[in-house]
Design a protein. Structure first.
Lengths: 393, 393
């Protein structure tokens, strides 16, 4: 970003649309408006364009194109994965296993299913935010129909041992599908479904410099899935509604850009994140980096720091005035008082969690922005501590 | 459209994006990428922009802004209306009334609910495609929780007597909500919810020269609605998922353009449609205009003609070669063999329904295009009849 404009450190909430992605989408806004369902040339072209996007994403995930379902976003994809499997499996069982640190789109769907008579086990995590695998073994039972564990946590960045989750679930029964919410991992982690071993995986385009309003669910061929939005043959009858062709094409383009350049992107993000974390931990006393301390155990671009004795909301508002756009707690839940269900599950004391700052770096962030952030954030924290009603004991 | 490019007569399936709408959306693709949930300036701006769009659409519908829920499209909005009310009302009742001529997004949702133990009455229609009001009276019972009747039919254009539907439902019980699918009526009919008397109303942006991937559900204040996509506080907790801000702003702009210009648009569409229908009925023998014969009883831009002795799909493929993009049957159902559940419900004989051509005119269609269509369509029909295996007896 040019000097003077805000430093955007909330990339785990959303990312700017890449200009090359917008360029790929524009024809669909300006000329190619046809839907895919018609029997004329323009409609055939729309079908071709959608299928080309699907094939490209299938290449990235190492799956069949027919195993991908385009949705309106990561949230809808997560709802479809969990509710779709739960409803289709009702005769086989009623038990779902997930973790306490999932995104709300997973947790709220599970809670809605609980109200309908399903049983849900919410696995605990350790202090670093890693799912408790022994608790998983213990929870699996003959009525388990789904295990949902995110690929990495969207607030603290902890990578989850998904291959080990899959191994333990399949050791119990190959018929239990494993779903992973990979929204925050898109564009930074390997998404190859066979290497991961998962049966369902959801993605969001706008977390990867793609458009808003489009996401994806991978569902392995034999996984039974009850459609959640019905009323048309789109997506092989698994998700009705006129296709958002521009968005689908844009999503494929965004992921193409991210993965052709993966190593460089990761290295850039990791380097900036290391500088930012080291600098803040050094300059601001009584600060804790939650989650794993080793960079290789975390997402390169997401981290949460907790500054003792301050209020995260006040910090974020003050940072905004100083030209830094950042988040505290889970942005999607920022209307609630609980700072973060993730930090609570990790056992972070409430008074510490209260001062959490979630940092989400993006590929456009620069060293200069990190320098400025390292000036501004410590100053804001210090001022807040001076006036804080939460002041040290 | 310039001379030489295809004549697009499938506007009831989708419409091109108005350039002014795209202009309103572009800033969100190029700069304003923030989501609405953050605590920084850009996020506040996104919230403001969404709420301005909501207020504008609320003005058009004559409702409170808080009564509008943005969705990913008309199909999702219809699913949310029906399933949302059905699930929220399960203790009060289990009976839904709809018509045999609804769009598949309504019919398929009702059928899914039947599989879950709800009862659904599908009201018959008369030969013109108007819902049978006596059958409605007869169907209403103490366990009825929802009545769903579309504002106008999307295949044959028949206006439904929605005010009379509302009167009869409310005479039975004021507690039974009336939902109307207004997707095809957007941009051509009055959508004021108090004048219509309805409690729920759904719209799609891309039917009104707006963007794909966004729609709207109006739900009157006291209507209980169980959210269908959960996992965030967006849309007051009634529809989770990061907001597609560009789409929401574009939808408001599209409806603003349509309604500030409503009379002129309607007059233009009606005049072209009258010319097209009169010309085809005059030039092609053994042709039937299904639905009401009087223009004031139909949508100005949607009509179905049935040409005896030909196959609709073959006609559409031949028209495509001749430079006309048109549809036969319901485009969303064109993978099925049944030409149209709407024509079947209206009692159109199968051999006649088989040769149906659905005409959807748009504001960009010109007199010159109608002239060309009046040359091409009769020629195509005649040729198909000459080689038709369905040939006259």
């Amino acid at each position: 970003m040019p000097d003077g404009s805000p430093i955007f450190l909330d990339h785990s909430t959303t990312t700017p649309l890449a200009p090359a992605v917008f360029a790929a989408m524009r024809p669909y806004y300006e000329e190619r408006f046809a839907v895919a369902s018609g029997q004329y040339a323009a409609a055939r072209q729309a079908r071709k364009d959608i299928e080309a996007a699907r094939e490209q994403l299938a290449g990235l995930l190492g799956c069949r194109p027919a195993e991908l379902i385009f949705t309106s976003g990561g949230t809808e994809a997560a709802n479809l994965a969990i509710r779709g499997v739960a409803e289709a499996s009702r005769r086989r069982g009623d038990h779902i296993i997930t973790t306490q640190i999932e995104h709300r789109c997973v947790l709220d769907t599970c809670q809605a299913l609980e109200r309908q008579g399903y049983r849900v086990t919410y696995l605990p995590v350790d202090a670093a935010g890693r799912v408790d695998l022994d608790a998983l073994d213990h929870a699996l039972d003959a009525r388990t129909i789904l295990v949902a564990v995110m690929l990495a946590n969207n607030e603290v960045g902890t990578l989850q041992p998904i291959a080990e989750v899959v191994r333990r679930v399949k050791a119990r029964s190959r018929a239990i599908p494993v779903y992973t919410d990979a929204a925050i991992a898109g564009g930074v982690l390997d998404l190859h479904v066979d290497r991961l071993g998962v049966d369902l995986l959801s993605l969001s385009a706008h977390k990867v410099y793609g458009p808003r309003g489009v996401g994806l669910l991978y569902a392995r061929r034999l996984v039974q899935l009850t459609p959640q939005i019905v009323g048309g043959n789109q997506e092989r009858g698994r998700r009705a509604g006129t296709e958002y062709v521009a968005g689908i094409v844009g999503m494929a383009k965004a992921f193409e850009l991210a993965y052709q350049d993966l190593d460089a992107r990761r290295a850039h993000l990791q380097r900036l994140m290391q500088r930012l974390l080291d600098g803040l931990l050094e300059r601001v006393p009584e600060t804790v980096l939650v989650g794993p301390q080793a960079m290789e155990e975390r997402l390169p671009h997401v981290a949460t720091l907790c500054f003792r004795y301050i209020d995260g909301e006040a910090m974020v508002l003050n940072l905004d005035v100083q030209g830094i756009a950042a988040a505290s707690g889970s942005a999607c839940a920022s209307a609630t008082f609980d700072p973060s269900h993730v930090l609570r599950a990790m056992g972070v004391p409430k008074e510490l969690a209260h001062g959490n700052l979630r940092l989400g770096l993006g590929i456009d962030n620069t060293d200069d922005e990190i320098d400025r952030a390292l000036e501004i954030i410590p100053r804001v924290v210090q001022r807040l501590r001076e006036i804080s009603p939460l002041g040290r004991a």
